[in-house]
Design a protein around this ligand. Sequence first.
Ligand code: MN
Length: 235
Amino acid sequence: MQKPLIGVIPLWDDQRESIWMLPGYLDGLRQAGGLPVILPLEADGDDLRQLYALCGGLLFTGGHDVDPSLYGGQAGPLCGPLCPRRDALERALFRQALEAGKPMLGICRGIQLFNVLLGGTLYQDLPTECPGAVPHRMAPPYDRPFHTVHLAEGGMLRGLLGREELGVNSYHHQGIRALAGPLRAEARAPDGLVETISCPEHPFLLAVQWHPEFSFRTDAASRAIFRAFVEHCAR
Ligand code: MN
């Protein structure tokens, strides 16, 4: 049987002005039975449609902060560096995959991007905007739990993992403020922050605020997320 080809959004290095990739994203997809390919950052129109058509699914990786202008905001002093090229590429791919029902998995920036593109907003800096929040930015190593999340009853993630609570790693300073209307909160941190979303109207749209690409070797729940995504990409 052919493995499903999965398009992976590249990371962008501002200093080198170059795309790069964390091996964990690719390894996590491969161990789950997928065939990941890193997409180019510069593609539009017909080229992008052709690349998109090759992919059984799309992985939206972590990275730069989402441009606040996409949710009607302005970048405050603690908003991190932006990446207009990624914003543009991911908006185009997301729009096509949303309409076509193509599977999408979002990680970290991915959950924030999905929320924004569907009409939600973000906290630009959790430590200053949510002083009561639990710490969300751990020190390495990242392949260990840092805070818990509670999985929503009757949710997709609870059904997938068969548990109520999960220990997750955490390396983010932004987060979901207003949840987009089409999205469902699948898991929340102890401070109430949404850490997983799904879109009930879409065959497979799942995103997590934590980093399964760092934890899949030691954490069965991270592997189960990659596996569920790859299985949908194969359909
Ligand atoms: Mn967190």
